[in-house]
Design a protein around this ligand. Sequence first.
Ligand code: HEC
Ligand code: HEC
Length: 198
Amino acid sequence: MGGRLYSSRLYGAILGSVVAAMAFAITPLRAQTLDDKVQVCSACHGENGKPVDKTIPNIWGQQAGYLYIQLRDFKRGDRKSEIMQPIASAFEKDDMMAIAEYFSKKPWPDLGQPRAPKDVAQRARTADGSIGCTGCHLDHFQGDSTVPRLAGQGRDYLAKTMADFRTRARGNNPGMSDLMIATSSDDLAALAEYLAGL
Ligand code: HEC
Ligand code: HEC
């Protein structure tokens, strides 16, 4: 709880300055270059691609199609986030496609997360075997197009977003929610640890 409270205060503070910067920018948003538009992202997603908080996802090197769909869904409100919704709402489709392309071309950062111990990895692989995560996320969990890369994503973020799919708090992909509901919470914990360490 403490961590969550701290995080929401942290985001609140950062978001306040981001929104202020967007509102008072001398250059109108439409006239900003791509570099201007992505400037604000690094306040949370990191200057060097390493997110500033463990519950913020890594977006550097993520699949472009997937990044675009998330920005679109944040703007539509299909994926709810008090933080990302106002940010994505400032963009039109062309901006989102260019931003998605821009981040997908950056190198995936090494978050330095440990490999899962053998028993945890075994549990995760067994869960994958019965649900078939790799059928969509591909053999090395590298993703493709609109399916996200999971390998090396932040562990706390993975755990949080899988829990959000499960409760449908993240409701933008009902199919993923059904799969997460069909997976036990112990298996999901093992998967988060395993995927983070890949
Ligand atoms: C104030 C902090 C903050 C800023 C600034 C910010 N983000 Fe985010 N972003 C987040 C958080 C937190 C999440 C996770 C939301 C959730 O799942 O609840 C997120 C999620 C995302 C996701 C979804 C990634 C995934 O793996 O599903 C994308 C894409 C994204 N942000 C892109 C951007 C872009 C592009 C910018 C700049 C235009 C930006 N963000 C600026 C905090 C921020
Ligand atoms: C039928 C194809 C399919 C299967 C099977 C599948 N996924 Fe997914 N998964 C997707 C798609 C598509 C998305 C993107 C959803 C969206 O656009 O928000 C996704 C999103 C995710 C995300 C969110 C990543 C992020 O950056 O926010 C996680 C975590 C995830 N899947 C984990 C899993 C795990 C673990 C399994 C196996 C237990 C699994 N998925 C099985 C297709 C699949």
